[in-house]
Design a protein around this ligand. Structure first.
Ligand SMILES: Nc1ncnc2c1ncn2[C@@H]1O[C@H](COP(=O)(O)OP(=O)(O)O)[C@@H](O)[C@H]1O
Ligand SMILES: [Mg+2]
Length: 271
């Protein structure tokens, strides 16, 4: 376990709090989703946010993306406050939100709609990313003709085509079957190390310990609601990682115990 500081931070999350007020006026109630969140993510780092369901992982990621505002504290990206969405910080949703009326290539090109490229440039850039995710043969297919894994590859290509500095991924493989999920995990690591030269910072939300240990440089374990940082684990193992490596298993056990305590607390909240 190590501290919360990194050498060259790209994201700085400082004393962040988020609460939701709901219900009718007069009887309005407040849910504190997150409190006292302090975290730095280094440039080019792969960080996993791990925690029980409902602990605020999505909420934190959305605030880092600028899709939601903290109720307190501050979030900075490259030393500037995050005030809204920005192509430099690209969000990949839990459910691959592709446009059903656009082809695979059309979906990837769509990522470039607000950038100053002409149609030919858009096509060239989109084709290159389709190739990167191994789908060059499927450019003219519509999303419904493709498997879940292929659809998530397109979502990834659409994010990468705008050359973001950071990718914020919310349980992107959560709805895939176990085999496709493990293939996508390997593929993401291959892409990130070999093609992106580990230059793109990735913040990846998951509730799966194994997934976090296969992917991340550091695993940030969160507590049950109100979510806060419980512990940070360095995963100092070479990639591609072997889940049977004794060091991997040892870390998995250590995190399992801590995560189980938080899941138990979540159950008490729900009871
Ligand atoms: N728009 C909202 N209004 C009220 N409560 C919300 C809203 N969004 C999230 N929450 C609550 O905040 C907590 C954290 O949610 P979320 O970030 O989705 O958790 P996670 O992604 O870790 O499962 C949950 O208790 C959830 O019910
Ligand atoms: Mg979530």
């Amino acid at each position: 376990m190590t501290g919360e500081k990194t050498e060259r931070a790209i994201f700085t999350v400082q004393d962040v709090r988020k609460s939701f007020v709901w219900g009718a006026k007069g009887g309005a109630k407040e849910t504190v989703a997150l409190q006292d969140i302090n975290l730095e993510v280094g440039a080019g780092e792969f960080v996993c946010l791990l925690g029980p369901s409902g602990c605020g992982k999505t909420t934190l990621l959305q605030m880092m993306a600028g899709l939601a505002k903290p109720s307190g504290g501050r979030i900075a990206f490259e030393d500037r406050p995050v005030q809204g969405p920005d192509p430099d910080r690209c969000y990949v949703f839990q459910r691959f939100v592709l446009f059903p009326w656009l082809t695979a290539l059309g979906n990837v090109e769509f990522g470039l709609r607000f950038q100053k490229h002409d149609a030919a440039e858009r096509r060239t850039l989109a084709l290159a990313k389709m190739r990167l995710v191994g789908l060059e043969k499927f450019v003219d297919h519509y999303p419904f003709e493709l498997s879940g894994g292929m659809q998530q590859r397109i979502a990834l290509a659409r994010a990468l085509v705008i050359a973001p500095r950071a990718l914020l991924m919310d349980e992107p493989f959560g709805s895939l079957d176990a085999q496709t999920r493990s293939q996508m995990q390997r593929e993401l690591i291959r892409l990130w190390t070999a093609e992106l030269h580990s230059e793109v910072t990735i913040v990846f939300v998951t509730h799966d310990i194994g997934e976090s240990l296969l992917l991340a440089d550091r695993v940030v374990l969160m507590t049950a609601r109100p979510g806060t940082v419980k512990a940070i684990y360095d995963v100092d193992l070479p990639r591609p990682r072997d889940p049977f490596d004794p060091k991997f298993v040892e870390l998995e056990k250590a995190i399992f115990k801590e995560l189980e305590d938080e899941i138990a607390r979540t159950r008490l909240q729900d009871a």
